[in-house]
Design a protein around this ligand. Structure first.
Ligand code: SAT
Ligand code: MN
Length: 600
């Protein structure tokens, strides 16, 4: 590849200084400043084809398949560290390391780490450059896979340098796969170093990541910046950085409303954001599928942007039935990671079709054994694609001002107890509900799949500071928004029946739940007060054309008082870990719920 000298790009002086420092330490063969052009993207593709990191997917123009190693397939929460000056500021839910010690460790690891590799410098904007909610960053990486993925996931443009030069704030994001090459040493298809660190320094707003090339560990604009660092910035500056999809509901009458939804990784955010409504009167437009940045606007309402430029979604389970929009979106110009390949040159994953095609090549590049237990695609296999390729993308999803949010939905995978939908009694009660969200673990992170864990606001792995303070920040935001605050709901699409089936059909039928949410926002329906919140009366849910037993439905929208009493014992226990940092308001909400359950 051409060795572009650093001087060819008018990089901001501060960026240049930092790049020079990093290059002096990591000793790459060359430094390549990206400007975001299609030609650069093609160059990265050529480098990866040559190295064997990707193979073409002939059936889908402009699309490629990357196969990682077995040990680099998901976020590694136990290797992720918040390096705040004080341990208490990382809080009880994060791994903490002393920043000075961490820097020393990383300094050693980065010494010569990029030898005989190209170091890419990627200027990116989260949100439109210069937008009132947007932020800038620069990622340095020695992985062409990371560089190419960043070009899909963020706005990579050299305008960032101009903005930095004029004094705009920017975040330093340093990444290396940590595999220097010796002279004459051949590279492997997916180089990575098993000694991994994903570190965030919230006070200095810096990210340093070593060893892994997987999405959430390496595309540093995403979870590391847009959630961990941004949540700390948001606390200090009076805004919010959340693990949320953003969608617009458009009614045939012309009414629109905007909803954000916080769900843990691999719990259907992408599917909900791209929902094909089963109710003909509603159309859903997609604004974001993973991250929302929210700020109060001049009119006192809360406005949200999707800071990203693309989608990094879970492939398995995605099909024409579950998400036809996503299927269409992926027909071209998509980077697939760890999916299977068909004989005739297409991708495949579990759940894409009922029939498993014959003669698949599995995600490891080996012949797939259909009689064995091992899936053909890794359960956390991913697609990476630009947002504007999404057929349901809102025409104005790029509006720097964002959209005014009417409702916030929390949810998780709960096989029992948690009803299909419920509304909180107030913002404060909604913060209580968000703080107690729990969900079965998924393959998106290393760990035991299926175990239920508390995942407050779906931010357990992503809050960049003490979770107790994060709860307090939510309470403060509600106070300042007052009666303009969005209404807060909780949903659960994942109830199971005795046979292990899903009594609620989900997917496009979830429009019926959104319809009830919309009616609660407008005040068209009153719902039923219960000890845990406001549940729909059975006749308030539009079930036209849906076959569901009345008993089954009643079960889905009822409050199991006994079960909730037990649940609150779990919440009390969970709250204990926050000690003094648990806001008093939440303790009082818990006491109130317990009292209501006792009286019920
Ligand atoms: O790998 S990511 O962290 O970007 C996806 C997810 O786990 O939500
Ligand atoms: Mn996510």
């Amino acid at each position: 590849m051409t060795d572009f000298a650093a001087t060819e790009v008018l990089a901001a002086a501060d960026v240049r200084t930092w790049v020079d420092e990093v290059a002096a330490k990591t000793k790459p063969a060359s430094v390549r400043y990206l400007t975001g052009s299609d030609a650069e993207y093609q160059e990265l593709v050529d480098v990866m084809l040559e190295a064997g990191t990707i193979v073409p997917v002939p059936k889908r123009p402009g699309s490629y398949l990357a196969r990682s190693t077995k040990d680099d397939v998901a976020r590694m929460e136990d290797r992720t560290f918040i390096c705040s000056e004080q341990e208490i500021d990382a809080g009880p839910t994060n791994n903490w390391r002393d920043p000075a010690e961490m820097r020393e460790t990383l300094d050693e690891l980065f010494e010569g780490a990029m030898a005989r590799r190209t170091m890419y410098v990627i200027p990116f904007s989260m949100g439109v450059v210069g937008g009132p909610i947007s932020q800038l960053g620069v990622e340095i990486t020695d992985s062409p896979y990371v560089a190419a993925s960043m070009m899909y996931m963020t706005r990579v443009t050299d305008e960032v340098h101009t903005a930095i030069e004029s004094g705009d704030f920017w975040v330093k994001a340093l990444h290396s796969i940590g595999v220097p090459l010796a002279e004459g040493e051949a590279d492997v298809a997916w180089p990575s170093n098993p000694n991994r660190y994903i570190t965030q320094f919230p006070e200095t707003r810096e990210i340093i990541s070593f060893g892994s090339a997987y999405g959430g560990n390496a595309l540093l604009a995403k979870k590391c910046f847009a959630l961990r660092i941004a949540s700390a910035m948001a606390r200090d500056e009076g805004w919010m950085a959340e693990h949320m999809l953003i969608l617009r509901m458009r009614h045939e009458s012309g009414r629109t409303l905007h909803i954000t939804g916080a769900f843990p990784s691999a719990c259907g955010k992408t599917n909900l954001a791209m929902l094909q409504s089963s109710m003909p009167e509603w159309t859903i437009e997609t604004i974001g599928d993973d991250i929302a940045w929210l700020r109060p606007g001049k009119d006192g309402r809360l406005y949200a942007i999707n800071p990203e430029y693309g989608f990094f979604g879970v492939a398995p389970g995605t099909s024409v039935k579950t998400n036809s929009v996503a299927m269409e979106m992926m027909e071209r110009d998509t980077i697939f990671t760890n999916v299977a390949l068909t004989e005739d040159g297409d991708v495949w994953w579990e759940g894409m079709t009922k029939e498993v095609p014959e003669n698949l090549t599995n995600w490891l590049g080996e012949p797939h054994d259909p009689s064995g237990d091992a899936p053909a695609a890794h359960p956390n296999a991913r697609f990476t694609v630009r947002a504007m390729q999404c057929p349901s993308i809102a025409p104005d999803y790029d509006d720097p001002a964002g959209v005014p949010i009417d409702a916030i939905i929390f949810g998780g995978r709960r096989p029992s107890l948690v009803p299909l939908v419920m509304q909180s009694r107030s913002w404060q009660h909604g913060v209580f509900v968000g703080s107690t969200v729990s969900s079965q673990q998924t393959a998106a992170a290393e760990g035991p799949v299926g175990q239920i864990r508390r995942d407050p606001f779906a931010m357990l792995p992503f809050a960049g500071y003490n979770m107790g303070d994060y709860f307090a920040h939510w309470l403060r935001m509600g106070e300042s928004l007052g009666d303009k605050a969005p209404k807060i709901f909780n949903v659960n699409w994942f109830r199971r029946d005795e046979e292990g089936g899903f009594p609620w059909p989900g997917f496009s039928e979830n429009a019926r739940v959104l319809d009830w949410v919309a009616k609660r926002v407008s005040g068209e329906v009153t719902g039923v007060e219960t000890p845990i919140g406001i549940l729909p009366a059975a006749d308030e849910l539009n079930l036209d054309g849906l076959e569901i037993d009345r008993d089954v439905l009643d079960e889905l929208i009822s409050c199991d008082v006994e079960g909730w009493r037990d649940e609150m014992l779990g919440v009390s226990e969970f709250y204990e870990i926050f000690g003094q940092r648990l806001p008093g308001e939440l303790g009082r909400e818990l006491t109130d719920v317990k009292r209501r359950l006792k009286e019920a």
